[in-house]
Write a protein that binds this ligand. Sequence first.
Ligand SMILES: [Zn+2]
Ligand SMILES: [Zn+2]
Length: 269
Amino acid sequence: MSEAKLTILGCGSAKPTKTTSPSGQLVEMCDKSFLVDCGEGVLLTMQKLGVHTSRLYNIFISHLHGDHCFGLIGLLTTLGMLKRTQPMHIYAQPDLEKLLQPLLDYHANDRQYDIIFHHINPRKHEVIYEDRTVSVETIPLKHGVPTCGFLFKETHRVKHEDGSFTHETRKRYAYYADTQYSEKIVPIIEGVDTLYHESTFLQTDEERSKVVKHSTAAEAAQIAKMAKVCKLILGHYSARVEDHSLFLQEAKPIFENTYLAEENLVFDL
Ligand SMILES: [Zn+2]
Ligand SMILES: [Zn+2]
C-alpha cells in the first residue's frame, strides 16, 4: 500500500497571483484519492501533474467562498467530456447543491455519470465519510460564512491471536480551511501527524485578519503548538504578500517544524 501523501494544487487566497491559485489539495491515503476544495485552476494543476481523475470519487468542500469552489463546474463538466461513468460524491453544505445544480443542468446535462451530494453541517464535528481504511470528520471553524475543515484518518484492522479485531489509527491529517484564531478547535486535532492551517496574513495585518476572519502565520503556529501536532504546513497566502518566506519567519520561532505550501509540492503525511 502506498504512503499517505498531500499534493498542493492551490495555496493562494481569493485573488490568483503569478505563483498561486486558490485552494485545492489532493489527499492520497490507502491507495485512494480525495480532492479537498476546488478553487479556480485546480483542474489545470491536476492535468499538469498527471492526476488521474478516474481514480477520484470524493470531493470535500470546506465553504462556499469562490476561492474554494469556483473550480468545481469546470472540473465536473470536463469529467463529462472525458466520458466518465463512475459516480462522483461531493461533501458540502446544502447550498452548494442549490448553486451548482442549475449550472450542471445547463452545462453538463448530457454527462454519463451521477453526482451525489452529501449535505454536511459545518457547525458540527462528526464523521461524514467512512470506508474500511479511511474516515473523514468535519472540524467546525470560525469564518465569515459557515466553514469547516476536515480530519482524515487512516485506520487499519488488526487481527489478534484470539481471532478478534481492533482498529488502529495510523495517520491523521487535519485541514484548516479559512478560519480566525480559535483555541476551541484544538482538542479535535490534538497530536495529528500533519496540520495544514491557513495563514493569510502577517503580523503587520493582524487587525485586518480579525476583521475578515482569517489567521496570521503566528496564530497558525500557536494552534500547532497547543495541539502538539508533528508538522505544520502554511497556506492560503494573501496576494499582497509576495515573499512567502516571511510567513515561515513568523511561524518558526513559535513552532519549529513548519513548512510552506507551494503549488505542485507533495508532502508525506
Ligand atoms: Zn479562502
Ligand atoms: Zn473564505
